[in-house]
Design a protein around this ligand. Structure first.
Ligand SMILES: *[C@@H]1O[C@H](CO)[C@@H](O)[C@H](O)[C@H]1NC(C)=O
Ligand SMILES: *[C@@H]1O[C@H](CO)[C@@H](O)[C@H](O)[C@H]1NC(C)=O
Ligand SMILES: *[C@@H]1O[C@H](CO)[C@@H](O)[C@H](O)[C@H]1NC(C)=O
Length: 483
């Protein structure tokens, strides 16, 4: 009979309702106060995220993004996405490798607190783009090189040759150079040949049953047998040797006398490696042999094929033991015996190397993707640097970084980002890479992840990413076009 009892005592029912209301108000106030207390400390670390299939996207990302793009960029958690356009003006004036720009890379209106700032609402199409394009000056795109006087030789496997074609395309396609590849017998050779033909690479595949190291030295007579009247140089490379610019290579070789026996190459950047292998042209940098030297080596081929050294060492010791020719070091030819992180080398802002190596083994930096921007501004614009007013540095095709401490103007040092071989110190790398400075552990670093050219508009897009598995990756998309 509780209902009846209550109806008999209406004042008591009213006070019960009042007490409930009061209790609700107190609880509400407590929760509100507690929430207000903890909100600011939680919010910056845990911005609300939303899920697009398996990709977590921070609420700070203010534009719609194509899921296939994020998958292609290997993003699982996205914290920021920024787009900016770069407009290129070609000029006949001298343009230094490193240029200063009087604007910041990042838009000051972007970032923390921007949601409160309604005065800057005239954003472009989407909330990720910085409206103002960056204007840069570059020298005109050089003419295609004629490299018909250089023949390359490479000993490899069919699979590795196939994988190397995209990188070979950057420097070899449509330059009239020839690449002679010595591989094991394989029924897929015609497929690889067809792929090379379609790319404009003048590839000649030869089959050998020999093991790799004998195959390597067998490239010397193969190059000799195939010489054309215009042939001046034979060059033996590894399948991961990458030339940044054929016009630059042709120009560099033009500085040497091809009518004399010449042995030109690069030595290891690490003294320990030189200790193990000797003073010789390290194969990954490319071993250049002038036509007279190739002929000399063929006359002592049998003796040298018996020598107890293999690969690039056999070439070196054959030359040293049987000829009067000695190594000419060209410091622009790079073996890159640098482990784990070679970013300091690429970000040094020095004259770009002619060749690089080990970029898909000892360290990882995709040279094929680095080279994509050449289609818009030529090989001349690879690794060029722009210093923005907010301290960020764009090294074209490689990275966007900011050092934890600004460098003095005119600083020539290279950051030693790589691991020393068996603990080798900075002094072990000075002979090739000095001046050096220690690694900057607090450097902000966005590395090139991908790059694409739009065949219709000629526009090139690069994606640089700062990886952070905990807080999410940050992406900078740079879209290049000519004025
Ligand atoms: C999401 O991840 C799960 C497990 O990791 C996988 O099985 C599934 O295929 C993924 N879904 C998509 C759309 O990628
Ligand atoms: C060569 O590589 C491509 C990918 O670039 C692949 O699709 C093709 O199957 C490969 N061919 C051979 C013969 O391995
Ligand atoms: C090569 O090494 C073998 C033993 O490994 C030795 O008997 C031979 O004399 C060496 N040959 C030369 C040319 O040094």
């Amino acid at each position: 009979m509780i209902l009846l009892h209550n109806r008999d005592r209406p004042s008591s029912a009213a006070s019960w309702a009042w007490r409930r209301l009061m209790r609700f108000v107190v609880i509400f106030v407590c929760i509100a106060a507690f929430t207000a207390l903890i909100w600011p400390t939680i919010e910056p670390q845990n911005p609300p995220m939303h899920q697009a299939s398996n990709i977590t996207i921070s609420a700070d990302v203010k534009c719609e993004l194509d899921e296939s793009l994020l998958l292609k960029l290997e993003i699982k958690k996205l914290a920021d996405f920024t787009r900016r356009e770069i407009v290129v003006d070609f000029t006949d004036e001298e343009v230094p490798m490193t240029q200063k720009l009087d604007q910041p890379l990042w838009d000051p209106s972007k970032g923390k607190g921007k949601s409160n700032d309604h005065t800057l609402m005239e954003q472009p199409q989407d909330g990720c783009s910085i409206p103002l394009p960056v204007s840069v000056k570059l020298p005109p795109k050089p003419a295609m090189a004629d490299a018909s006087h250089i023949d390359f030789g490479v000993a490899t496997t069919v699979d590795r040759l196939n994988d190397s074609l995209n990188a070979f395309e950057h420097w070899a396609a449509y330059t009239r150079t020839r690449i002679f590849a010595m591989v094991e017998p394989d029924e897929r050779i015609p497929l690889v040949q067809a792929k090379a033909d379609a790319m404009g690479i003048n590839l000649h595949v030869h089959v050998s049953e020999d093991d790799y190291l004998r195959r390597y030295f067998a490239l010397v007579p193969l190059l000799e047998k195939n010489m054309r009247p215009q042939t001046k140089w034979g060059c033996i490379i590894d399948d991961d040797t990458f030339f940044l610019s054929m016009p630059a290579l042709v120009k560099a070789l033009g500085e040497y006398d091809h009518t004399q026996p010449m042995y030109i190459g690069g030595i290891s950047e690490g003294v320990p490696q030189i200790g193990v292998f000797g003073v010789m042209a390290f194969g990954g940098a490319g071993v250049f042999l002038s036509r007279p030297l190739v002929s000399d080596l063929v006359t002592v081929y049998d003796e040298c094929q018996l020598m107890n050294f293999s690969g690039d060492r056999r070439i070196a010791y054959c030359i040293y033991q049987y000829t009067q020719t000695r190594l000419t070091i060209d410091h622009r030819l790079r073996q890159l015996d640098l482990m784990v992180d070679a970013s300091g080398f690429f970000e040094a802002g020095r004259v770009p190397p002619l060749s690089v190596h080990h970029w898909k083994s000892w360290f990882h930096a995709d040279m094929t993707k680095l080279g994509v921007i050449s289609s818009l501004c030529g090989d001349e614009c690879l690794l060029r640097q722009w210093h923005f007013s907010d301290g960020f540095i764009l090294t074209n095709g490689f990275s966007v970084i900011r050092y934890s401490q600004m460098l003095e103007p005119g600083d020539l040092t290279m950051e030693m980002t790589w691991d020393g071989h068996n603990g080798a110190g900075l002094d072990m790398y000075l002979h090739e890479l000095g001046p050096l400075r220690p690694r900057d552990d607090d450097k902000i670093s966005y590395l090139l992840q991908d790059s694409e050219v739009d065949e219709i508009t000629g526009r090139v897009t690069q994606w640089y990413i700062q990886r952070d598995t905990r807080r999410g990756d940050k992406v900078l998309e740079l879209s290049w076009q000519k004025r």
